[in-house]
Design a binder for this molecule. Structure first.
Ligand SMILES: *Cc1c(COP(=O)(O)O)cnc(C)c1O
Length: 229
């Protein structure tokens, strides 16, 4: 079942990319495995998936030890500063940097481990009150501040679009994130890159790919519904 789902999602990504003349290999599928057992992650792994996304530090730490070493872990959830130290040397990328204080903590912990951590700045494009993330106008000032951090490398932007019935409703959100990344890229800040756009989830990843996503984060579409008890 997971293999079939993965095949389908990959095909839809390829189609969406082709529909706008993009190369499908420019889009990385992040299999969002939060709440799911390692046995299910291994099914995806055996079908070639190597990139997994989790939103809780504890869950990354648990699964990190149980999954093969060539898995790339992406931290996609809200990150508390006191937990940065547990994952800073384990994750390929942190998608959810939304404050200077968090970036400072990542800088300090990364320096201790002598690593440079690739991060994305999380933008609350739709300015939903319930969501974490920077307001669009806060992104450039934060990028300018992080620019001087030797152990934090900003690679792009991430957004969690609103929950909608029709994915087309999120097209303007994805466009706005893309535009913001182009604007920031044009400032040519030291150590700030805008190559990554992490946007699109199960309900709307095809639209996100059409609008320039280079990473899509798909959970339900691969692993099925989550049950939170
Ligand atoms: C859970 C989660 C996803 C995946 O959501 P689905 O709708 O199940 O695809 C993507 N991004 C973030 C930040 C998440 O927390």
């Amino acid at each position: 079942m997971i293999a079939d789902n993965l095949r389908e999602v990959r095909e839809k990504i390829a189609k969406a990319a082709a529909s706008v003349g993009r190369d499908p290999s420019d889009v990385t599928l992040i299999a969002v495995s939060k709440t799911k057992p390692v046995s299910m992650l291994m099914e995806a792994y055996d079908f070639g998936e190597r990139v997994f996304g989790e939103n809780k530090v504890q869950e990354i730490m648990d699964k990190y030890g149980e999954m093969p070493a060539d898995v790339n872990w992406h931290m996609i959830g809200h990150l508390q500063r006191n937990k940065v130290k547990y994952i800073v040397d384990k994750v390929k990328m942190i998608h959810s940097v939304d404050s200077l204080r968090l970036a400072e903590t990542i800088e300090q912990e990364a320096a201790k481990h002598n690593v440079v951590v690739p991060v994305l700045l999380e933008v609350n494009v739709a300015e939903e009150e319930t969501k974490f993330g920077l307001k669009p106008e806060e992104v450039l000032p934060l990028a300018e501040q992080i620019s001087g951090f030797p152990h934090v490398s900003v690679r792009g932007l991430m957004t969690i679009a609103p929950y909608v019935d029709d994915p087309e409703e999120n097209r303007p959100v994805f466009r706005q994130l893309k535009k913001l990344s182009v604007d920031i890229d044009s400032k040519k800040l030291d150590n700030i890159y805008m190559n990554v756009l992490s946007m699109g989830m199960t309900g709307d990843y095809e639209v996100a790919v059409q609008e320039g996503a280079t990473m899509v984060r798909v959970g339900t579409g691969i692993f099925g519904e989550r049950s939170y008890r």
